[in-house]
Design a binder for this molecule. Structure first.
Ligand code: ISE
Length: 336
């Protein structure tokens, strides 16, 4: 039985504790902490876990073999570094850390440790539809990819959502997905601002990212976080001899009063629920984590930083990554 400590008992933390205890076998949650001790106590009560005064105490606890970090992004670096220092596997919700420099410190600590301990929660890599898209692409049946069109729409966003979160919290999923899907780096980004939505409430919304890839592909990403009608994730890849696209995910259609309708998911928890299950199941089962790595977390942070810069300036921003340590060689499966 793997004994997991969870740092952060907010929305995603609660959901992961439920998943770890009732969906996945072979895992028990033994320790929980949150700045809101009441929230930690409520989550701990669902599993019989101990409540610790803070995240560092969770990482250090003797009955914790592995750590899941779901706290506020700014705190991730501290807990992930503590876990790496303690030699404990750590699954960290995105972002790995809030700056490329902080991500690099994690990369360096892991390299010094000598083997992978860190996995970042970019769950799209575990989604059945995205995996099917990648299978078609990798089969070569429709030729080389040329462009991808993506849309990422939230019905709305919480009050704490900041203007730059359209990039750092939302578009960052496409940034990771694109690197994984095409096995190539993003070399430049430009963020354009279409006509602003009157639903936006102080946020630049929608925005359009144009990503340039090292293999000469272009990827456009529409981010619209006050779309009202539901949570909608779209993607279509144009290849030389055909296209492959995410289909609508709805299991049902409703015929009523002269209309044929299908429900749209309310939010990401609903849309990616199965992907989160697979992600944590594969993480818990792996002796060495083989999902999105600290290096992937670093690369996403660099691109995301460049996109924030472009959001402000509306200029094209070029991207340069540090030298990738051997530990993250693609042949080891990190960026295939
Ligand atoms: C949220 O934080 C997530 O990570 C969701 O996956 C994303 O779709 C949403 O836009 C973010 O706010």
């Amino acid at each position: 039985m793997m004994r997991v400590g969870v740092v952060g008992a907010g929305m995603i933390g609660r959901d992961h504790v439920r998943r770890l205890t009732s969906v996945i076998s072979g895992v028990t949650v033994t320790a929980v902490a949150d700045v809101d001790t009441g929230a930690a106590a409520r989550v701990a009560a669902t599993t019989g876990a101990a409540v610790h005064p803070d995240g560092l105490a969770v990482v250090a606890a003797e009955d914790v073999d592995a750590v899941v970090v779901c706290s506020w992004g700014d705190t991730h670096e501290t807990y992930v570094l503590a876990a790496v220092t303690a030699g404990k596997p750590v699954f960290c919700e995105k972002p790995l850390a809030t700056s490329p420099e902080a991500c690099l410190r994690i990369v360096e600590a892991e390299v010094a440790h000598g083997r992978r301990l860190v996995q970042v929660g970019y769950m799209r890599r575990y989604d059945t539809a995205y995996r099917a898209l990648k299978n078609v692409l990798d089969s070569g049946t429709i030729g080389a990819p040329l462009m991808m069109h993506c849309a990422h729409r939230n019905a709305g966003v919480p009050a704490f959502y900041q203007p730059e979160n359209t990039i750092t919290d939302t578009a960052v999923h496409e940034i990771d997905m694109v690197r994984w899907m095409f096995g190539t780096e993003i070399t430049a980004v430009r963020v354009l601002r279409p006509r602003p939505s009157r639903n936006a409430g102080g946020i630049t919304d929608p925005v359009l990212l144009v990503l340039e890839l090292a293999n000469e592909m272009l990827v456009d990403v529409e981010i619209s976080v006050n779309a009202r009608y539901g949570y909608d994730i779209r993607g279509e890849i144009l290849c030389e001899n055909g296209t492959v696209a995410l289909a609508d995910q709805n299991p049902i259609t409703v015929r009523r009063e002269g209309h044929l309708t299908s429900p749209v998911p309310a939010d990401w928890r609903e849309r990616f629920s199965a992907a989160y299950d697979v992600e944590l199941r594969e993480w818990a089962a792996a002796a060495v984590p083989d999902g999105p790595s600290a290096w992937d977390g670093y690369a996403a942070a660099v691109v995301s930083d460049a996109a924030v810069q472009s959001l402000r300036s509306e200029e094209r921003v070029e991207i340069t990554l540090a030298n990738r340590p051997e530990l993250y060689d693609p042949t080891s499966g990190d960026l295939d």
